[in-house]
Design a protein around this ligand. Structure first.
Ligand code: NAD
Length: 349
């Protein structure tokens, strides 16, 4: 398993490996770039089939965090960590505490947050071992009903991003009667559905989890659609809010929406699909730009959390997307590529 010559290495500043015999922890922390600030990113626990699969994942994800933080206008860098193991069977308090000590050993170069397979409770446990835990609601916030869950901010940021895309592509300022298909109405997609419905949009929704669909149908008047049809509906906006790699050779030719704008991570199966969307005249809101509400929220979490300040920052997602769309139209280059170049200009200086 190579590190410096790994295809995803991309000039990472630091890659650290930890084995803790007592708890069985096997983990990797990757810090991609700290030019703008400490490397912030979630800790993913996953039963990786091999060490090399875990390394590939952590390198790819931490690099993505650098780009996301840069375009979100945060004084932060990119980092990520992975724990090799099944969160349902292998997670113990001792293992999570050992992970906390691992984070501490990097002296603040990496700030950990929750991700797939880790929870707010795990972050609290880690916080007993390290001060470098992001996004934890303090007592005042908890008393005010906040949990540290970034999903509401991600949903609001995505809603703001959809407004920007609608303005750029359809020349409209309001969403009344706008037809939107949402794939996945979980923590983010469910809240996004509500924002859209409040703004007068008409919704088509799908989800693996039927009760989530039923809630949208009952409470928001949404129409339920089959999972394999959601991307090909004749709507204005297709909003992927579930899984990654859904913009691929099979789905792109079927998309009828003029806009693809949703919260799911890693929507493009391959970089070439950015070009395929442009060729089809579909406006794509780059995923890491439109779904940055969560890290923006985590940045402000703490004793002085102020909702209005967070909201103002979330509005910048719309502004940044507007710039990306403008450059893309002018230069006839795909939006994902434009976003990457803009982010690189910021974090490389
Ligand atoms: P979630 O697990 O709460 O919701 C995802 C929903 O998608 C679930 O209800 C699930 O049943 C459904 N789903 C899974 N596979 C599906 C399929 N094939 N078709 C239709 N529905 C399917 O997760 P979430 O927190 O809402 O996150 C959604 C997406 O947004 C993920 O890609 C996540 O990485 C990304 N994201 C989330 C945040 C955040 O703050 N939660 C921040 C940035 C990005």
């Amino acid at each position: 398993m190579s590190v410096f010559s790994h295809p995803e290495f991309d000039a990472h500043e630091q890659v650290a490996f930890r084995y803790d015999r007592a708890s069985g922890l096997k983990a990797i922390i990757a810090v991609h770039n700290t030019r703008l600030g400490k490397g912030l990113g979630g800790c993913r626990m996953w039963p990786y089939a091999s060490d090399s699969e875990a390394l590939t994942d952590v390198l790819r994800l931490s690099r993505g965090m650098t780009y996301k933080a840069a375009l979100a206008g945060l004084p932060q860098g990119g980092g990520k960590s992975v724990i090799i193991g099944d969160p349902r069977h292998d997670k113990t308090p001792a293992l999570i505490q050992a992970m906390g000590r691992f984070v501490e050993s990097l002296g603040g170069q990496y700030i950990v947050a929750e991700d797939s397979g880790t929870s707010v409770a795990d972050m609290r446990l880690m916080a007993g071992e390290t001060e470098y835990v992001g996004g934890l609601a303090d007592e005042k916030s908890v008393a005010a009903g906040r949990t540290g869950d970034p999903s509401p901010a991600t949903a609001l940021g995505t809603f703001i991003g959809i407004q920007a895309a609608v303005k750029a592509k359809l020349g409209r300022d309001d969403l009344k009667g706008l037809k939107v298909a949402i794939q996945g109405v979980g923590n983010v997609g469910g809240r996004l559905a509500r924002h859209l419905s409040d703004a007068g949009a008409k919704l088509w929704v799908t989800d693996l989890h039927q009760p989530a669909v039923e809630r949208c149908v009952k409470e928001l008047g949404a129409q339920a659609v089959p999972m394999d049809a959601v991307h090909s509906l004749d709507v204005d906006v297709y909003s992927p809010c579930a899984l990654g790699a859904i913009l691929n050779d099979k789905t792109i030719p079927d998309i009828k929406a003029k806009i693809v704008a949703g919260a799911a991570n890693n929507q493009l199966a391959k970089p070439k699909h950015d070009h395929a969307l442009l060729e089809r005249g579909i406006l794509y809101a780059p995923d890491y730009v439109i779904n940055a509400g969560g890290i923006i929220d985590i940045f402000y979490e703490g004793p002085n959390y102020d909702e209005a300040t967070v909201h103002t920052h979330l509005e910048r997602i719309g502004h940044t997307l507007g710039q990306i769309f403008k450059h893309s139209a002018k230069e006839k280059r795909p939006t994902g590529e434009i976003a990457d170049r803009m982010a690189e200009a910021i974090f490389r200086g």
